[in-house]
Design a protein around this ligand. Sequence first.
Ligand code: 5RP
Length: 224
Amino acid sequence: MTQDQLKAAVAAAAVETILPLLDDDTIVGIGTGSTANLFIDALAAHKLRFAAAVASSEASAQRLHSHGIEVVDLNSAGQLAVYVDGADETDPQLNLIKGGGAALTREKIVTAAARHFVCIADDSKWVEQLGAFPLPVEVIPMARSYVARELLKLNADPVWREGVVTDNGNVIIDVHGLWPIHNPAELESHINQIAGVVCNGLFAQRSADCLLLGSRDGVKRIER
Ligand code: 5RP
């Protein structure tokens, strides 16, 4: 099976997982990236079974619109029943690194607003310890150099993702060389304390509740 086929399998499994949660009033939180795109495509067949979606990026909102799924603002949605999104890395505790698609801040907000977070990933994302994938950090543009100097103090290698502007008008710094991250929740808090940092891509304080992991042996379901 190709990586895309594994992603499609977990997207389909996520639809099956959330179908019992859907009713006419349900608003579904939806993430960003190639796996989330496949989830949107699979969910579209059931669009009459829920009210609307909240998207974690403009790109996902556009894809939802293209399927005729209504997209609403999180401010008018209240608590979401469920949020479904991909990840760049997941460890066995379901701590994640996200933000490869630069949507980490909205992803973290929508995660926080959801009762249940279902992560979907192919098994290339499974790691024993996080940090081989460069950690994305969203930064206010005027703080870019200052934040990079502060991140150097972690004995890491911050790299500006040149040319990328987030949906919030900010920039991304990818922090290389953090592996192994021994305490993801502590590092998440520490980086968020740096002035100018909007958010970082560690999802450890609010990790996933359930991981659907696609492998050649089928889709494994891992609960926290
Ligand atoms: C976007 C994300 C994505 O969930 C993450 O990058 C995984 O993407 P893909 O499903 O394309 O592998 O965090 O900001």
